[in-house]
Design a protein around this ligand. Sequence first.
Ligand SMILES: Nc1nc2c(ncn2[C@@H]2O[C@H](COP(=O)(O)OP(=O)(O)OP(=O)(O)O)[C@@H](O)[C@H]2O)c(=O)[nH]1
Ligand SMILES: [Zn+2]
Length: 307
Amino acid sequence: MLNTDSTVVRGQISFQAQDRFDLLADGEELPATLSGNFRRTLKQQHTQLLVGDWVNGTLQAGNVRITAMQPRTSLLERSTSSRFRQSGNQAIAANLTTVVIVTSANHDFNLERLRRYHAIATVSRAKPAFLITKTDLITATDLAKLVGQLTATFPGTPVFTLGADQEPAAQLAALLRPDACLALIGSSGVGKSTLVGKLTGEDLYTKTIRQDDAHGRHATTNRRLFVLPSGTRLIDTPGMRAVGVAEASAGFAAQFSPIEELAASCQFRNCRHVSEPGCAVKAAVQAGTLPEATYQAYLKYQAKEAR
Ligand SMILES: Nc1nc2c(ncn2[C@@H]2O[C@H](COP(=O)(O)OP(=O)(O)OP(=O)(O)O)[C@@H](O)[C@H]2O)c(=O)[nH]1
Ligand SMILES: [Zn+2]
């Protein structure tokens, strides 16, 4: 007999890998897929479901068929520049309440970079906040200077601090409200993974599958939403780590503009200039009019953007 029983569910996307999702509904994590209609709707709107999205669906035999998405209250994207928006893979997470910009107290501290992160957070419509990590590495006087610099440059944006000897849940208490949905952004090595591990109480990054990226560093491969003991949701994604990449590559744009011009003549509009027939970029490399080094740097950049 056909089972027509279905329960309506509402929940938040906690995991996404291609067309498979996990949905967090009433404290339970359920596997989910898109209904055919909804998949077409998303395609027409040139959008995709993201971790953090609130959706409606029907539960059947332990699997949710997602039928609708609720309007987003915020959308975190890798760059504020429309130039990079068009390259796709731009959206990172939806419905964040606060974007926590993480910087370490030592040599990583760079006001110009923090300005870019602050812009990304502001454009997302989530509230920005700063977290200075590794405060154990500097003196209290120097820390006070950094905090002063941030509050003077970004009035109204709260500044939190955290040292190796301190309890993250206590230091970040004001952010860890039950209705909050947070994401951490910041350069590699500032201590984001360490922090997520401490907040979730899980040693995530030894359990997660890791893969080498172009620079021999490691990056987690899946985006995921965690629910902390406080009820706060914390989103950690490879995209968060890549935010710095898009921003750093804004400076690359000039270098790659000859490639973008050539790309207009490629046979395929979505040509990646790797092995496609009729690729004007590869042709220019072969003809010697585009330096091989520029082409190689571009491929590396593309690979990072696609992660
Ligand atoms: N002194 C000090 N070191 C820390 C602190 N937090 C993290 N670290 C160290 O900083 C290094 C980088 O920390 P991660 O947590 O991997 O940094 P990340 O921001 O997640 O870096 P990616 O994973 O590359 O994005 C590690 O060696 C940590 O042990 C801290 O509060 N104080
Ligand atoms: Zn091409």
